[in-house]
Design a protein around this ligand. Structure first.
Ligand code: SOE
Length: 374
């Protein structure tokens, strides 16, 4: 167990950079046993924006090339766009540094495989930042499932609906480009739900055995921000749906969309077993709907008791927490793994298993047929 502050280098300073910097800032006050950290270097291309971000997010140094950082820090956070996940993460692992990489692990299965192999060769924690595993209500759901409260798991249904690309004039970004992102709603949102299903029922149903999937792009090109009339092609999906059969014969239905009017960040998952069901919605993230035993319908459980996961670090029962707290929990667990030189879950192996399903959905869509995962 190291007592020295962990110097952290972070690639990326926008949305995810802020979420993780906020988490690091909250840890000392709320998680007294969290390892001490130092926001050492923030990495980005735009020097002016970077200097501002360093100031706002509390970093000591800035760098415009991750190659200058990976050897200088104790841990490396890769929060950059998907196409920057592979090379910097592998370089940090090869330098013996623990890595926390945002999801999806990589734009492609091949990239995810390279990262998984580099993590296996490096004897340090390598995490994929599926933050919704760290929602207390999701942890409570896993406790119920692991205790057999739902009986034999038969069905999972998950969806992740957003509307920020509903407007065809919403500007083009790297998230709309296959080279840069790998896929659209499938990898950006579907990755979360596929992982959440693995987290909740993977021990009971095994891995995905076969997949059939469909991808759709509704807006084929988008305007370039500040580019007068310039447009760029959209080469990824706006929405996807998929059906999965797991090793056990259990089945899952997944969908995600970034063009669903009326849904801002609507991530829901339901699990149905022989003896009961449960359902979770990110829009009511402190609650879990549970139906077990001889209940005649779902019961709404407010998951904010002291003995509920992570809650004892925050406020008394009923004082609800929010989206950003999931990153505090995730950072607490990752940094504790780093300080103790222990495995962190979700690992690059978990990220790779998610990527196998995403890849299968893309193959099924391209072939117009159900595909088996070997
Ligand atoms: C997409 O808009 C996005 O930011 C995802 O990339 C995140 O993973 C998700 O948590 C919120 O929505």
């Amino acid at each position: 167990m190291t007592d020295e502050p962990i110097d952290i280098g972070v690639l990326g300073y926008r949305f995810m950079g802020k979420a993780h910097a906020n988490a690091l800032d909250r840890l000392p006050m709320f998680f007294e046993d969290a390892p001490e950290t130092n926001r050492h270097t923030v990495i980005g291309r735009d020097k002016e924006a970077l200097a501002e971000a360093a100031e706002t997010l509390g970093f000591e140094h800035t760098a415009t090339d991750w190659r200058d950082v990976v050897d200088e820090v104790d841990a490396f956070y890769n929060l950059g766009p998907n196409h920057l996940h592979v090379e910097p993460s592998i370089a940090a692992l090869e330098a013996g540094k623990p890595v926390l990489c945002e999801k999806p692990l990589a734009p492609t299965l091949a990239g995810a495989e390279e990262m998984r192999e580099a993590a296996a060769a490096a004897d340090v924690p390598a995490g994929c930042a599926f933050n919704y595993r760290f929602v207390p209500a999701v942890r409570y759901a896993k406790r119920l499932i692991d205790a057999g409260e739902l009986g034999e798991i038969r069905q999972v249904r998950g969806r992740y609906l957003q509307d920020w690309l509903s407007d065809p004039d919403a500007p083009w970004s790297w998230r709309n480009d296959e080279e840069l992102a790998g896929s659209g709603a499938l990898g950006d949102l579907g990755a979360h739900t596929v992982d959440l299903a693995r987290f909740l029922v993977g021990d009971r149903v095994g891995e995905a055995a076969s997949v059939s999937g469909h991808l759709q792009t509704f807006t084929e090109e988008r305007p370039v921000e500040g580019g007068d009339d310039e447009t760029r092609p959209v080469t990824v999906d706006d929405a996807y749906s998929a059906q999965v059969e797991y090793d056990s014969g259990a089945m899952a239905t997944f969908e995600a969309s970034r063009v669903t009017e009326g849904h801002k960040n609507d991530h829901t998952i339901a699990v149905h077993g022989s003896d009961g069901s449960l359902q979770f919605s990110l829009e009511r993230l402190n609650e879990l709907e549970v139906m077990t035993g001889d209940a005649r319908g779902y019961e709404t459980v407010l998951v904010t008791d002291e003995d509920d996961p992570y809650i004892e670090h925050w406020w008394p029962p009923g004082h609800v927490i929010g989206w950003e707290h999931t990153f505090v929990h995730e950072n607490y667990e990752f940094l504790t793994s780093v300080a103790r030189s222990e495995e962190f879950s979700p690992s690059f192996d978990d990220g790779y298993e998610v990527q196998r399903v995403l890849d299968a959905v893309e193959r099924s869509d391209a072939e117009g047929a159900r595909v088996d995962l070997d």
